[in-house]
Write a protein that binds this ligand. Structure first.
Ligand code: GLU
Length: 435
């Protein structure tokens, strides 16, 4: 299994070689790049959580703060059994680039707990979330590091965390912190959340799909799309792409995939899933899907479908040197973080498959997190329409910058995005006189 942090370093090295000529002081540039290969700080701990049966269980926890030259560290917290130190380090590095891509004033961080959240009750999840906050309480805050949801964490998780952070800081500092709400984003609407945050990552990706289709001269109705992963990101992406007229022919979750050649309605698939069914099974019993010609596929088969656009929306390393040569999609939009390994990247590049990288494609989430933070700091809340009106141009500008860079340099989509993002971070580090 490929180490995501090594992947992140390999990506940075490729871009550094192309950027170095833009800097007079090459020695200093190389020092800054060396610094950016490792996070500023990685905090590790063991969370002790009381289970419902009275026993205490330990969970390994991490927070990686990669770089804060452009602003406070920013990044989600994931609950997943595969979380490890190197994954969290990589994800925090990608957050630094992601925030630079749309130009929001943050650096990058990421947190994680090694846990299978499906095995825990709501009460146990609450105690785990509160234990995580106790572990990082002194290292986060509105001007230092601002967590958010990530894989298997939700608005509810953030609500427990805000409450715990407020309590812990009051105890430790002897007074109430002036703005606990601005310490976390992705909160529920009833607790200082932003309109549109829930759908923002998927919607931002759908804006990118529109821009890409236009750049390639393709029409929505004849553009087939396969979405791997049907969590928050994948489902919202599919719903918005469907609304914009794209033909969603396949979707999958961790249990398997479904394929409908004539196109399916992700809203109905989501309703089936929310009613407690599984994608394939529910399609049989669900009246809205049963009359469709639906085929069941494995996740691997979905990845290898002959579609116009493949959208990995779950976890890292799903397209590797093992399966990259079998990919038939004409373009890939990375809605997950790090779904393609660097080896697979070069295979896809040689095959002429366009890849829109994660740090651009899924930047809508952290961008609306930034809007949420601004609203919390101002105590003034925007309408749904206002949020979307502000998100769209940021995503579109970031896409245009990538496209222009790609045309100018002939580099891949990923390298083209990184050329702008890494330069913004390097310049901020140098201006501060660091590195
Ligand atoms: N977890 C999301 C990401 O990977 C959002 C991060 C945030 O909003 O801070 O982009």
């Amino acid at each position: 299994m490929s180490d995501p942090h090594q992947n992140a370093v390999a990506q940075l090295e490729v871009v550094a070689k192309l950027l170095v000529d833009q800097y007079q002081d090459k020695k200093r540039f190389k020092q800054v790049i060396e610094k950016l290969k490792t996070p500023d700080r990685v905090i590790e701990g063991q969370l002790k959580v009381k289970m419902d049966n009275g026993q205490v269980r330990q969970f390994k926890a991490f927070r990686s703060q990669h770089n804060n030259a452009r602003g406070p560290y920013k990044g989600g917290i994931r609950f997943h059994p595969d979380v490890n130190k190197f994954e969290v380090m990589a994800l925090s590095t990608w957050m630094t680039w992601k925030c630079a891509v749309t130009g929001i004033p943050y650096g990058g961080s990421k947190g994680g707990v090694v846990v299978n959240p499906r095995e825990l009750s709501q009460a146990e999840l609450e105690r785990l979330s509160r234990a995580y906050v106790n572990f990082v309480a002194d290292d986060i805050g509105p001007w230092t590091d601002i967590p958010a949801p990530d894989v298997s964490t939700t608005g509810q998780t953030m609500a427990w965390m805000v409450d715990e952070w407020e309590k812990v800081r009051r105890q430790r500092d002897g007074q109430m912190h002036e703005n606990p709400l601005a310490t976390f984003t992705g909160k529920p609407l009833a607790l200082g959340g932003s309109q549109g945050r829930d759908e923002a990552t998927g919607l931002g990706g759908a804006y990118i799909l529109e821009k890409m289709a236009r750049a390639l001269g393709k029409k929505p109705q004849t553009t087939t799309v396969a979405v791997q992963g049907f969590g928050n990101v994948g489902s919202w992406f599919a719903i918005h792409a469907h609304r914009l007229g794209y033909k969603i022919v396949a979707i999958s979750d961790s249990k398997g995939a479904i394929y409908v050649e004539t196109g399916l309605d992700p809203n109905k698939a989501l309703a089936c899933k929310q009613a407690g069914g599984q994608l394939g099974d529910s399609a049989k019993s669900c009246p809205s899907c049963a009359n469709k010609k639906m085929e069941k596929l494995t996740n691997d088969q979905l990845l290898e479908l002959d579609v116009d656009v493949l959208v990995p929306s779950a976890l890292e390393n799903v397209i590797t040197s093992q399966n990259a040569h079998k990919i038939k999609a004409k373009a890939i939009i990375e809605m997950a973080n790090g779904p393609i390994t660097p080896e697979a990247d070069s295979i896809l590049d040689k095959k002429g498959i366009l890849v829109i990288p994660d740090v651009l494609a899924n930047a809508g989430g952290v961008t609306v997190s930034y809007f949420e933070w601004v609203q919390n700091l101002q105590g003034y809340y925007w309408s749904h329409e206002e949020v979307l009106t502000k998100l769209k141009p940021l995503m579109e500008t970031a896409f245009d910058q990538m496209w222009q860079m790609k045309e100018k340099t002939g580099q891949s989509g990923r390298v083209s995005v990184y050329l702008t993002a890494v330069k913004r971070v390097v310049d901020a580090v140098m201006l501060r006189g660091r590195g």
